[in-house]
Design a protein around this ligand. Sequence first.
Ligand SMILES: [Zn+2]
Length: 97
Amino acid sequence: MASTQHAPMTRTGAFAVEWFDRNPSRFFGFVHDFIPLCDHAQPTRAHRFPAELEHQGRVAAVITHNTDGLHQKSGGVNVLEIHGSFQHAHCRTCRRD
Ligand SMILES: [Zn+2]
């Protein structure tokens, strides 16, 4: 495979650890703009509906691709974020939060 040092960021590549290791500054530039959007974003019905089902006991958890915390902001408690979350971070060397 050719060098990807200057490869354009893709939706999936932006969050791949391999992409981060090659060019962490591009990742941090992206999240610098993305995190404030998450902080100001409001849940939609698509976020509130699974939370309602959870509170009614009709589902045990909400499993999401989202990394923006909107399921929790809508009242979801047992939210499984399969791609992680921008609400939590840890050091890859010592694993501390
Ligand atoms: Zn550390």
